[in-house]
Design a protein around this ligand. Structure first.
Ligand code: CO
Length: 646
């Protein structure tokens, strides 16, 4: 005891003797951290206060981009994703940047053509990206070929991922066993990977599987081994320690405020656990504490309302039982809740492994987790006793065609046949590298968007996100008004909201005074939930206010703040014909038939995006399309009348 008590502050300092083989750490706070905990809503302005401090820690790299950031930033935050890279580079000068790249899916949800893939990697490298952590949802490395060529050409670090997935409770079984992972690592090394990452997106890697796995990989390949293991199941701190004992080179962690739950273990306990050992990180714990203080005081208050606090427990037992990654699970729950079908969650859990098996035992990671998840929900909600897979999503059809690559085991032949009936590319699935059947798409995108895309960065954004990308470019160049729902909130806003909640809880909400002031353009609307009661609260800052936009906002904003809860549009009463109703809430991608067109029952009429999956909705009857209710990019509620056929 006495020796430990004598420890002086110097013992914690960064000038302690260096370890023989220090564990390298990549920080994920400002990408995977806020993606996992705060729906990727972190704004660049909230990363800047800690950026220079984080540059001083000594991280191997800081993950700043990729995954869902690109999508969320332009869609929900009115931020240019390219600009974030350039901005953060001005503050983080020493530490390399890392991004999560979905291989041929880039940062979107389907395989893009080679010309777009080359352009994207080239521009990401030019804008400041250093490490390209690349994964393919099917671990089909033919999907790496194009991006790797460009990563190498740009002189950057190619980190190849192996998505970690299981079919049994632990490592093993016929598909995902030790041999499988060793084989994947070797093939990554032979295609020029600078490091290999085990990407455990659902936190399924158990400590005593991590040990033999890392040992085997260290023996099989020369390049460094990097472990990315989500906390979700609660195992990852133990898994980290066993991986470190087995010789893993690099570990992913988050700063404490961005850690745990479906995110990653925190860095600070790991630094302390390894202090003075052969694998000591060498980090200065006081520097980490200083960063946390800024995050806690200046940043987290703006995001705490996004934290899923519906449960007290920070560990998700369902992931151990059902192997569903955290993000996928919350998507499923949200989707079911919006459709008033939350009671079907048990059915969804039962159906999910069946759908996954039918689709070739694919790993569950973006986009396959959405593909399997949405199809599962569709089956549970729409299948009848005599017909399974009644509503097959466009993405499942693409998967059956081979457009995502080769599945671990063959796809259920019956499902494949049904999915490919009338499939536009052909009814026979392909076996080649998927992008070989894709036409170049940059020029086509340029022709569509015209001068609204000012440079290549704009064009790449539009090419991956045609509907929301166009909307964003219109905001960016002042063609349309920026809706309030995508504007940032301030600490001042948060304080006011907290005050109101406090008063509401104490039963002190006061009556409106008759001499109430006029509402200003800086008015913000908040949905406030106190216990189970709902308040729609308008907050208007007083004193000197900088008014960003004085004009009323009329754009059809997704999830506009003032929409009353649980709004249910009534079907049009004057409709003379058969109504095509939205079977789920979503966003209109496009209409395939126009007013006045004749359609046959079963013809695809509308493409509706729900949970990032496109669903073709078919005509419920023969007839003429009479009334098209919405336009591309509009958000619709479940039950909305999309068109009338009569
Ligand atoms: Co992750």
């Amino acid at each position: 005891m006495s020796d430990q008590v004598k420890m002086t502050p110097l013992d914690y300092s960064a000038d302690r003797p260096a370890a023989g083989n220090p564990v390298k750490i990549m920080d994920l706070s400002i990408r995977d951290g806020h993606q996992s905990l705060f729906a990727t809503r972190g704004r660049t302005e909230d990363m800047i206060p800690v950026a220079e401090m984080m540059d001083e820690v000594g991280f191997w790299a800081i993950e700043t981009w990729g995954g869902a950031t690109f999508d969320t930033m332009h869609r929900f935050l009115n931020e240019d994703p390219w600009e974030r890279l350039r901005t953060l580079k001005r503050y983080i000068k020493k530490t390399p940047f890392s991004m999560l790249l979905r291989a041929q899916n880039l940062v979107g949800y389907r395989n893009y053509a080679d010309d777009l893939a080359y352009a994207f990697v080239d521009r990401a490298a030019e804008n400041g990206m250093d490490v390209f952590r690349t994964f393919d949802a099917l671990n089909d490395y033919r999907n790496f070929e194009t991006v790797v060529k460009q990563i190498k050409k740009s002189g950057k670090h190619f980190q190849g991922c192996i998505c970690y997935t299981l079919t049994e409770p632990r490592l093993g079984g016929e598909v995902y066993n030790l041999d499988y992972y060793v084989d994947r690592a070797k093939s990554l090394e032979s295609m020029g990977a600078d490091s290999v990452c085990i990407k455990d997106m659902a936190g399924l890697l158990a400590p005593y599987d991590a040990y033999p796995l890392i040992k085997a990989l260290k023996e099989a390949v020369e390049i460094p081994i990097h472990l990315h293991s989500h906390f979700t199941s609660g195992m990852s701190p133990m898994t980290h320690l066993k991986a470190i004992e087995a010789g893993v080179d690099i570990i992913d962690t988050c700063m404490t405020p961005y850690a745990y739950r479906t995110s990653h273990a925190a860095v600070e306990p790991l630094v302390m656990a390894l202090l003075g050992t052969n694998r000591d990180t060498g980090f200065d714990i006081k520097k980490l504490a200083a960063i946390n203080e800024v995050l806690e005081k200046e940043v987290m208050p703006k995001y705490k309302h996004l934290l899923d606090d519906s449960k007290v427990s920070i560990i998700d037992i369902n992931v151990l039982l059902h192997q569903t990654p955290g993000g996928m699970l919350s998507n499923l729950v949200n989707q079911l809740r919006e459709m008033d079908a939350l009671d079907k969650i048990g059915d969804v859990y039962r159906e999910l492994p069946k759908v996954r098996k039918d689709l070739g035992q694919i790993p569950l990671v973006t986009p396959t987790s959405q593909i399997v998840g949405v199809q599962t929900v569709n089956n549970v909600l729409h299948d009848t006793p005599d017909e399974r897979y009644k509503m097959i999503t466009g993405q499942v059809k693409d998967l059956c065609y081979g457009l995502y690559g080769k599945t671990a085991v063959p796809i259920n032949a019956e499902l494949q046949k049904k999915a490919l009936k009338g499939y536009p590319r052909g009814e026979e699935p392909i076996t080649c590298r998927p992008a070989e059947v894709l036409e170049p798409e940059l020029e086509k995108a340029k022709a569509e968007i015209g001068d609204l895309a000012v440079d290549m960065d704009d064009l790449i954004l539009y090419a991956q996100f045609p509907v929301t990308g166009k909307k964003f470019l219109e905001w960016k160049y002042g063609k349309t008004e920026v809706p309030d729902s995508v504007k940032p909130i301030t600490l001042e806003d948060v304080k006011k909201k907290d005050e109101i909640i406090k008063k509401a809880k104490a039963g002190e909400l006061i009556e409106r005074k008759s001499d109430e002031p006029a509402k200003s353009a800086a008015l913000r609307t908040f949905n406030v939930f106190v216990d189970n009661e709902y308040f729609n609260v308008e907050v208007d800052p007083t004193g000197d206010v900088q008014v960003v936009s004085a004009a009323p906002v009329v754009a059809a904003a997704p999830a506009a703040a003032a929409v009353p809860v649980a709004a249910k549009p009534a079907p049009a009463a004057d409709a003379d014909g058969t109504l095509l109703l939205a079977p789920m809430p979503g966003m209109i991608v496009k209409y395939l038939a126009n007013e006045g067109d004749s359609v046959k029952m079963g013809d695809a009429v509308v493409v509706l995006e729900a949970m990032k999956m496109e669903n073709s909705l078919t005509a419920p009857a023969d007839g003429v399309v009479k009334c098209v209710k919405f336009g591309s990019g509009d958000s619709v509620a479940k039950g909305a009348v999309l068109c009338v056929i009569g």
